[in-house]
Design a protein around this ligand. Structure first.
Ligand SMILES: Nc1ncnc2c1ncn2[C@@H]1O[C@H](COP(=O)(O)OP(=O)(O)OP(=O)(O)O)[C@@H](O)[C@H]1O
Ligand SMILES: [Mg+2]
Length: 235
């Protein structure tokens, strides 16, 4: 089976500093792939490079059979490779619904038609739809950040630490949404601090250390791997 997203020999960084060294990652269609690693390992840089927001110095990214290594971020979004960045960036003065409309505009007319269905899937956002996004709690803003990406109907969703800083109940809700989205057939690349939850959900997983992939396997394999347990699962 050929992967929906295939990354080979990727190098990327900032200024003179190379952060990612020869990274190889594959995301199969309809699966969830988790990336775990310590602070500063390069997880965010990997997602940003894949989204076209950090320049790639070497390597190749194939998405849906096409070489997309050099495509700009808006073209990647148009093709269905969509990043939900960490930090829930949104338009705080605009309402929840307007935030969804702005995102949906990226997908043209079909995007707008998706908004009512999305609000049904996110009851909190339905309740808050006329409020400024900036007035939402952190957890509600994270839900909105994910809903905005779904308004584009991504083929592959890149999620950067979606559960970071959230209360346990909201963490459950975020993971339930991620699982449901995979069940709908969306392929997901998930970066998570919460390695236990991420590996439990992952079909495949990678451990990134200092910009290199040091381990990979199924989620179940890595969840019981001695080094992973010791370093990331508090074993
Ligand atoms: N905009 C930037 N300019 C310069 N260096 C950066 C920039 N962003 C990140 N770095 C550096 O790149 C390295 C990898 O950072 P990155 O944010 O990708 O790690 P991460 O695995 O996402 O960490 P965290 O778990 O803290 O989110 C770090 O050494 C960091 O200091
Ligand atoms: Mg990060």
């Amino acid at each position: 089976m050929s992967a929906l997203l295939s990354v080979t020999g990727l190098r990327a960084g900032y200024g003179n500093v190379e952060v990612l060294h020869d990274v190889n990652v594959e995301l199969e269609e309809g699966t969830l792939c988790a990336i775990v690693g310590a602070n500063g390992a390069g997880k965010t840089t990997l997602l940003m490079a894949l989204a076209g927001l950090v320049p790639k110095r070497a390597g190749r990214v194939i998405f849906d059979g096409n070489d997309v290594t050099r495509l700009p971020s808006h073209e990647l979004v148009r093709r269905g490779l969509v990043l939900v960045p960490g930090g829930r960036r949104m338009l705080p003065q605009m309402t929840v619904e307007e935030n969804l409309q702005v995102a949906a505009a990226a997908a043209g007319a079909p995007g707008f038609a998706r908004i009512p269905g999305l609000l049904d899937r996110f009851p909190i956002l339905q309740q808050r739809r006329a409020l400024p996004a900036g007035s939402l709690s952190g957890g509600e803003q994270q839900l909105l950040a994910i809903a905005r990406a779904l308004a584009i109907a991504p083929r592959a969703l890149l999620l950067d630490e979606p559960s970071m800083g959230l209360a346990p109940k909201l963490v459950d809700e975020i993971f339930a949404i991620i699982a449901a989205e995979r069940a709908r057939g969306t392929s997901i690349l998930l970066v998570e601090q919460n390695a236990r939850r991420a590996l439990a959900l992952a079909d495949r997983a990678y451990v990134l250390e200092r910009g290199r992939v040091v381990l990979s396997g199924t989620g179940a394999e890595l969840a019981t791997h001695r080094d992973v347990v010791a370093a990331y699962l508090g074993g």
